[in-house]
Design a protein around this ligand. Sequence first.
Ligand SMILES: Nc1ncnc2c1ncn2[C@@H]1O[C@H](COP(=O)(O)OP(=O)(O)OP(=O)(O)O)[C@@H](O)[C@H]1O
Ligand SMILES: [Mg+2]
Length: 240
Amino acid sequence: MRAPATDLPIVLQDVSYRVRDTAILDRISLSFVPGAPTVLIGPNGGGKTTLMRIAMGLVEPTGGQVSFGGRTGVPPTRRAIVLQRPVMLRRSVSGNLNYALAGAGVARADRAARAADLLGTVGLSGLEERAARRLSGGEQQRLALARALARDPQVLFLDEPTASLDPASTKAVEDVISGIAARGIKVVMSTHDLGEARRLAGEIVLIHRGRVLESGPAGEFFAGPRTQEARRFIGGELLV
Ligand SMILES: Nc1ncnc2c1ncn2[C@@H]1O[C@H](COP(=O)(O)OP(=O)(O)OP(=O)(O)O)[C@@H](O)[C@H]1O
Ligand SMILES: [Mg+2]
C-alpha cells in the first residue's frame, strides 16, 4: 500500500509577493517541518499574514514556488487556517461546529461525537447551546480552533491567536495550542507577544519588511540572536 500523502514539509523557495511596484514579500526561502510550532514574529506590516496565506495555499505568490510534501498545487484539504478575527456564524456553538464538520465531510451520524470531542479539546464543553457571537473573545478564538480542527488538519496556521486577549484567556488559548502541537499537528502561527513566542515556539522566524531577518530554533534565537535587528527586537526596541 502506498503511504498516505503528506503536506509536510511545506517549502517556500524564493517566494515573492508583489502588488504593483511594492514587494510585500521579497524572495523568501523557508521550510515548515514537523515538530514544535513555528512562530512568525516581527513588526506590523512585515508580511506575516501574507506569508501564512501563501503557505496555506490561499494566495499564489507572484514569484517563486511553494511545495507541500514535495508536490505543488496541492489543495488545502490537510491544512487549516484561523484568521485574525474569526467570524462566527449567527448560530450556537454546536451550530458553528456542526457546520464545520459538515464542510469537512464528516458523516451526519458521526458529528455529535466529533463535536463533543472537539469541544473537550478546546475546553468549551457545556457551552454547546450558547450563541457563538456572545462568547468572550478568548472563547470565540477557542471555538475557531475547534472549527479548524474539524478538518483534521496536518498543518494549522494561526494568525495572532491571542491578540487582544487578557492573560487568563491567552493562557487558555496557548494551552489548547500546546495540546494541538503535542498531538503531532504542525502549528505555524504569528504573534506580537514575545513571551508567547518563547513559550510556544520550536522555531522562530523574524520577518521585517517582507524579508526573513533571522530564522532557526527558538532556544538559539532567544539565547543568541545573530543579527543586530533581532537583538534589538528581543530587547524591546522598535524596528522601523
Ligand atoms: N493585496 C494587497 N494589496 C496591497 N497591499 C497589501 C496586500 N496584502 C498585504 N498588503 C500590504 O503588505 C504589507 C504586509 O502585510 P501583512 O498583513 O502580511 O503584514 P503582517 O506582518 O501580518 O502585519 P501585522 O503584524 O500588522 O498583522 C502591509 O503593508 C499590507 O498593507
Ligand atoms: Mg498580520
